[in-house]
Design a protein around this ligand. Structure first.
Ligand SMILES: [Zn+2]
Length: 274
């Protein structure tokens, strides 16, 4: 099917049982997260992971690059920190290629709330440096990179608007593109459909999840405020051929219901297109 699910939904489980739960829920595609307890570089043998994926009838066309456990910041103002973080981010490229991933989703800024208007341009300049350097490393590794819109949480965190992020990557080679996260757009005051139209032919990956309009809820699509019908229809009009990951969050007590509901939504979206 066209829609996959992120391993984020089974983040309470080690990778092999996590993959099994996703397969049992009826999905055949995953976005594998390169963070503990899942595909953190060095924690698993890619050949073993590829064997698990194939045995379960899954594919992993996209991975989520490292972003949390060690808090890498591609937009760090301290140049030595930025360089070290670029190297760290790149450590997931080869393992992802080894399990068959074609895309890696990356964050252009670190998870920090202390962005200030004063340093905004400097952060953007640092992000651009990192994106250029990672484009070279990713090109050599044979992976396409999708830079994601992230929420500003009320700070002057740049690049939450895909218009700004697209302008930053527009002149880069065509293995560099964008990831649209629907909730991140919505809680920053952007219309996900409008952001989709802006990303258009540079859009590689989708993170599909719903919200209350204020928080990064990672809810099953349909539970919150996002107007899904026109958005899903527009993907087909654009003949979008990238990855469509439902990026829902759950815990030990909710994951069964969340996976089931996500699979129902994916099925209804597939029916809509046919
Ligand atoms: Zn996302």
């Amino acid at each position: 099917m066209k829609y996959g699910v992120s391993t984020l939904a089974v983040n309470h489980l080690p990778l092999e049982p996590a993959l099994r739960k996703i397969s049992e829920a009826g999905f055949d595609q995953i976005e594998i997260v390169a963070e503990p307890p899942h595909f953190w570089p060095g924690d698993y043998d890619p050949a073993q992971v590829r064997a698990w994926i194939e045995a379960l009838g899954l594919s992993a066309p996209v991975g989520h690059g490292i972003f949390s456990h060690t808090s890498p910041n591609a937009a760090a103002l301290d140049e030595s920190v930025r360089r070290a973080d670029v190297e760290r981010i790149a450590t997931c490229f080869e393992p992802l290629v080894a399990i068959g991933a074609e895309y890696v989703v990356l964050h252009p800024t670190g998870y920090a709330k202390d962005y200030t208007t004063e340093h905004r341009k400097a952060h953007v300049d640092q992000a651009r440096r990192s994106i250029e350097e990672l484009a070279v490393i990713g090109g050599d590794a044979g992976i396409r990179m999708a830079w994601e819109n992230l929420p500003h949480h009320g700070a002057d965190r740049p690049l939450h608007d895909l218009a700004e992020l697209r302008a930053l990557i527009d002149d880069l080679p065509d293995h560099v593109g964008l990831c649209l996260d629907t909730t991140h757009a919505r809680i920053c005051g952007h219309d996900p459909l409008e952001q989709l139209n802006i990303a258009a032919d540079r859009l590689f990956c989708l993170h599909l999840h719903d919200c209350d309009g204020e928080h990064d809820c990672h809810w099953v699509p349909g539970r919150g405020l996002i107007d899904w019908g026109p958005f899903i229809d527009r993907l087909d009009e654009l003949q979008f051929a990238g990855t469509r990951s439902i990026e829902v969050a759950a815990d030990e007590s909710t994951f069964g219901q969340v996976l089931w509901a996500s699979r129902q939504v994916a099925g209804s979206w597939e029916d809509r297109a046919s």
